[in-house]
Design a protein around this ligand. Structure first.
Ligand code: UGA
Length: 430
């Protein structure tokens, strides 16, 4: 089977390399010529663990090719559309222009009998609308992805489920052939109609966002009552109906998916006259953004309302560890807000400095943690990279001006830092 993958961002590049690993011949397509040139040399233009090895293995082995030219995918049996659906600049809805133009470009070259499969996260109803516009000799299906950045290869090679939205048995059979290796390994397979497949993705992300905002709401209550949200999360998480994952309280969720997906869901529900059903997502979004504000309030409580004469060290710029993605990053947003309030902010991040600098060139960046914290009045731990958990509080104390730290991710060992003489603050912990 020969397939194409349209769009070579976090999703598409991962899908392309992993499908080659699963034995298919793959052609990746993107309109960004520089990206295609890098990928063709086996170079990954972003950071994702395990992906560079897979990419170079299959580019060298000839199973994976990249091009900007759609005519080169005319002989493919299946086309996976993996382009982005970012939030519109002027509203909550998703921008579908990339999806629409990718489908149109594939439709213009697709051979008779080929299957066009959307993987992008789209508002419910999009697939049915697109299907009407596709040539009669092709078929459309929707196959949402659930990969997490930082674990993208693992999640694609060994997904916890495969969901296919199809309108015929034939389309399902083609997808079963594409995912034959996963099926053989016992990956659960869910066949759905098109709207259900689209909804599975947005409802899964809405549920995850709800879990995070729930625990962050409990953190707010803990702060006013003397409770400890980390103990609370542990205790409720032992109930298997609740589960302990995605109950990490802190500065909340960011990235290119959760925030824009819940907003696009609200926008779509409103268009459909069903806004009441997902009105709670407004609160989920508000709780999430409030966590950033709570950090700023804590900083002002510690240092005073006028931050002008203070140096603040920020550990972490990416929206989560093991990624260089700074899209809607709570860490970077907090750093920028504190900088705007007058403080001198220096940011360290193991992988995200360049993307962060591109976004906020006025901020200071440091290559080493020691340089970042040097002379600081306060350290903010905002992305839970492993290397920050391994810092020696006693050694760091010698470099700062004031031994004050705020753990925005509830991941540092509070007792260890306090024993070394640090004034330790965290969200949701009295
Ligand atoms: C998310 C979903 O987890 C994936 O299943 C989905 O495929 C993907 O979006 C997508 O739509 O493409 P991702 O954006 O990579 O994946 O990141 P997550 O691991 O979900 O984390 C999202 C944010 O929530 C991060 O900022 C993280 O720090 C935060 N988070 C996560 C918490 O604040 N607390 C937690 O307990 C867990």
């Amino acid at each position: 089977m020969k397939i194409s993958v349209i769009g070579t961002g976090y999703l598409g590049a991962t899908h392309a390399a992993c499908m080659a690993e699963l034995g298919l011949d793959v052609v990746g397509v993107d309109s960004d010529a520089a990206k295609i040139e890098a990928l063709s040399k086996g170079e990954l233009p972003f950071y994702e663990p395990e992906l560079p090895e897979l990419l170079s293995k299959h580019v060298k082995g000839g199973k994976l090719k990249f091009t900007t030219d759609y005519s080169e995918i005319a002989d493919c049996d299946v086309h996976f559309i993996c382009v982005g659906t970012p939030q519109m600049k002027d509203g909550l809805a998703a921008d579908l222009s990339y999806v629409k133009s990718a489908f149109a470009a594939v439709a213009a070259v697709a051979k008779p009998g080929s299957l066009l499969v959307g993987k992008s996260t789209v508002p419910v109803g999009t697939a049915q609308e697109l299907a009407k516009q596709m040539p009669a000799h092709t078929e459309l299906a929707w196959n949402p992805e659930f990969l997490r950045e930082g674990f993208a290869v693992e999640d694609t090679l060994r997904p916890n489920r495969l969901v296919v939205g199809v309108t015929s048995d034939r389309a399902e059979e083609i997808l079963k052939e594409a995912y034959a290796v996963n099926l053989k390994e016992g990956t659960p397979w869910v066949r759905a109609n098109l709207p259900t497949a689209e909804l599975v993705k947005v409802s899964a992300n809405s549920f995850l966002a709800t879990k995070i905002s729930f625990i962050n709401a409990m953190a707010e209550i803990c702060e006013t009552t003397g409770g400890d949200v980390t103990v609370l999360a542990k205790a409720i998480g032992y109930d298997p109906r609740i589960g302990n994952r995605f109950l990490q309280a802190g500065i909340g969720f960011g990235g290119g998916c959760l925030p824009k997906d819940i907003r696009a869901f609200m926008a779509r529900a409103e268009e459909l006259g069903a806004s009441q059903a997902v009105e709670f997502l407004k609160d989920i979004d508000a709780i999430n953004l409030r966590a950033r504000k709570r950090v700023i309030n804590l900083v002002e409580k510690e240092l005073g309302l006028d931050l002008k004469s203070f140096k603040i060290a920020v550990l972490g710029a990416t929206f989560k560890p093991d990624s260089d993605d700074v899209r809607d990053s709570p860490a970077l947003d907090i750093a920028a807000q504190i900088h705007a309030a007058g403080a001198e902010v220096t940011i360290h991040d193991p992988k995200g400095i360049e993307p962060a600098r591109k976004r906020f060139p006025a901020l200071n960046f440091a290559e080493k943690v020691e340089e970042c914290v040097s002379g600081a009045d306060l350290i903010l731990h905002l992305t839970e990279w492993k290397e920050y958990r391994e810092l020696d509080p006693a050694a760091i104390k010698k470099l700062v001006k004031q031994a004050k730290i705020l753990d925005g991710r509830n991941m540092l060992d509070r007792e260890k830092w306090q024993a070394a003489g640090w004034d330790f603050h965290a969200l949701g912990r009295a």
